[in-house]
Design a binder for this molecule. Structure first.
Ligand SMILES: Cc1cc2nc3c(=O)[nH]c(=O)nc-3n(C[C@H](O)[C@H](O)[C@H](O)COP(=O)(O)O)c2cc1C
Length: 445
C-alpha cells in the first residue's frame, strides 16, 4: 500500500503561519517571539529553518475582518497582520526552494489584481508561488458592504474568479517577448491573447500586464469544506487544507472531494489533502506531557474558548460554561461564515460530550488537532493517517515559535526521513514539481 501510494501521491509537508505577531496561542511563554508583526527577521529565520528541514511550502493565513469592539483583542495578538503577498515577496528573495502559498479572497479582490500579484510572486521566487483561494470568513463591512456576502453567492463568484485568473495567466506566452535590439522588435503579438472574458460576475479584457508566471500555472490551494467548498476544491484545488480531528472523517472527506473531482477529469494525482496538525514534541513521553501542561499554563483559557466558540459559530460562549462539566449545545444557528468548522466542532461536541477543558486539550484556537508525544509517536500518527488514505501529508501549525519550529525540525523531521516519508532535500526549485502535481494541461495530465 504505502509504496504505491508514495508513488502516486507523495507525502507533502506544509507549515502554517498567520501574518501577525506570534504563531502559538501561548504567546506569554518567555521564549515566545511576540514581534513578528513588526520584525521581518522573525519570518526570515522561521522559513529558513523550514527550508533546511525540507518543508514543501509555507502557507500564510489571512483575513480582513472588521473589529467592532477592540476590547475583544486585548489578550490576543491578531490585529497587526502583514499583507500576505508583500511578506511572501520578501521571503521569495531570502529563500530558494520552499513553496510560498498566500491567501487572498475572491470576495474582496478583483481577479486582475490577484492574477498580477501571484504571477509576480511566481517570477520573484522562480516558480514557487501558490494562491490559497478563499471566499473569506467575513469582512464585507470593510469593502462597501453592510454585511458578509451570502455563502452560496461567494462560492459562485469564486469559480468564475479563478477561471479569469487562470485565463489571465495564460494570456501572454512567455515566448512573446522577443527583445531584439537589432530589429527593434520587442514583442510577438501573435503570442498575446487578450482574454475578453464576459461572465456573470466579471468582465475582464486582458491581457495580463505582469511577468508571465514560471509555473504553468502557479499552484492553487483551497480550504473550504462545506458542500460548495468541496465543489470548488474538486474543480480547482491542488493543495487542500482541512481541519480534521478524526482519520475516518478525514478519509471520508478526501474520498468525497475526489469523487466530485472525477467529474472534472481530475484524480488524486492532482490534489494533496493536508489537515492541520499542532504538535507538541519532546524526546520522552513525560517531557512532552510536561511541555503540554506548560503550554496550557500560558494559554488564556477564556480567550481561547471564546475564539473557538466564535470561529466555529457555536451560538454560545464556551468560556462561560463550567470548565469541567460536559458541554450541552443548545440550538446552533446555521452560519453564513465558516460552515465546515461549525459542523466539525458541533459534531465533535455532540459525539464526545467534552468539557471546556477537554476542548482546550484537543484543539488549537482555530479548531485544529493538538498532538502531544515523542517524535516516533507523532510520526506514527502522521504515517497512520497518510497510509490509510486519510490525507496526503500535513499542514503543521506550530504551537510556538521559534521553539516549536525548532523542536519539530530537530526531532520529528529526522524521523519522517528515516521512514522514507520525507525526502532528503528538494528535487526541484519549482513548487509544482516538488509536490509532483501535474499542471492539468493536455501534455501534463
Ligand atoms: C487550514 C485552513 C486555513 C484557512 N485559511 C483561511 C484564510 O486564510 N482566510 C479565510 O478567510 N478563510 C480560511 N479558511 C476558511 C476557508 O477557506 C473557508 O472560507 C471556510 O472554510 C468557509 O467555507 P466553508 O463554509 O466552505 O467551509 C481556512 C480553512 C482551513 C481549514
Amino acid at each position: 500500500m504505502s509504496a504505491g501510494r508514495r508513488q502516486t501521491v507523495p507525502f507533502a509537508l506544509g507549515a502554517y503561519f498567520t501574518g501577525s505577531a506570534t504563531n502559538g496561542d501561548a504567546w506569554r511563554a518567555p521564549e515566545e517571539d511576540i514581534d513578528a508583526d513588526v520584525e521581518f527577521e522573525r519570518y526570515r529565520s522561521y522559513v529558513a529553518s523550514l527550508e533546511r528541514a525540507g518543508f514543501h511550502a509555507i502557507f500564510l493565513y489571512d483575513n480582513v475582518l472588521p473589529i467592532a469592539d477592540p476590547t475583544t483583542l486585548v489578550r490576543t495578538p491578531a490585529l497587526a497582520r502583514w499583507d500576505t503577498f508583500t511578506l511572501l515577496a520578501a521571503l521569495a528573495v531570502t529563500t530558494t526552494h520552499i513553496g510560498l502559498i498566500g491567501t487572498a479572497s475572491t470576495t474582496f479582490n478583483e481577479p486582475y489584481n490577484i492574477a498580477r500579484k501571484v504571477a509576480s510572486l511566481d517570477r520573484l521566487s522562480r516558480g514557487r508561488a501558490g494562491w490559497n483561494v478563499v471566499t473569506a470568513t467575513g469582512g464585507g463591512e470593510n469593502f462597501n458592504l453592510a454585511a458578509h456576502m451570502d455563502h452560496g453567492a461567494r462560492y459562485e463568484r469564486a469559480h468564475e474568479f479563478v477561471d479569469v485568473v487562470k485565463g489571465l495567466w495564460d494570456s501572454v506566452d512567455p515566448l512573446a517577448f522577443i527583445r531584439d535590439k537589432s530589429s527593434g522588435v520587442w514583442l510577438d503579438p501573435g503570442k498575446v491573447h487578450p482574454l475578453n472574458h464576459v461572465g456573470r460576475f466579471y468582465q475582464v479584457a486582458g491581457p495580463l500586464n505582469a511577468p508571465p508566471p514560471v509555473q504553468r500555472p502557479p499552484v492553487l490551494a483551497q480550504a473550504g469544506a462545506s458542500g460548495p467548498g468541496k465543489d470548488l476544491a474538486a474543480r480547482i484545488g491542488e493543495v487542500i487544507y482541512t481541519a480534521a480531528c478524526d482519520p475516518d472523517e478525514a478519509r471520508a472527506y478526501r474520498l468525497d472531494v475526489l469523487d466530485r473531482a472525477g467529474r472534472h477529469g481530475r484524480d488524486e494525482r492532482h490534489m494533496r489533502f493536508l489537515p492541520g496538525l499542532a504538535p507538541i514534541v519532546a524526546s520522552t513521553e513525560s517531557e512532552a506531557r510536561a511541555k503540554f501542561e506548560r503550554y496550557l499554563s500560558y494559554l488564556d483559557h477564556d480567550e481561547t474558548l471564546q475564539a473557538i466558540s466564535s470561529y466555529s459559530s457555536l451560538s454560545q460562549d464556551l468560556s462561560l460554561w463550567p470548565r469541567h462539566t460536559p458541554i450541552t449545545l443548545g440550538a446552533v444557528a446555521e452560519t453564513n461564515s465558516h460552515k465546515s468548522r461549525q459542523s466539525l466542532i458541533v459534531d465533535w461536541i455532540e459525539r464526545y460530550r467534552p468539557t471546556p477543558d477537554d476542548i482546550l486539550r484537543t484543539f488549537t484556537r482555530g479548531g485544529h488537532r493538538l498532538v502531544v508525544g515523542t517524535p516516533s509517536a507523532i510520526v506514527d500518527d502522521m504515517q497512520g493517517w497518510y497510509e490509510s488514505g486519510a490525507c496526503d501529508g500535513f499542514n503543521i501549525m506550530f504551537t510556538s515559535s521559534p521553539v516549536g519550529i525548532d523542536d519539530f525540525t530537530r526531532l520529528v523531521v529526522p524521523e519522517l526521513r528515516r521512514r522514507g516519508l520525507l525526502q532528503d532535500g528538494y528535487g526541484s526549485r519549482i513548487l509544482r514539481e516538488n509536490l509532483r502535481i501535474p499542471s492539468g494541461r493536455a501534455n501534463d495530465r
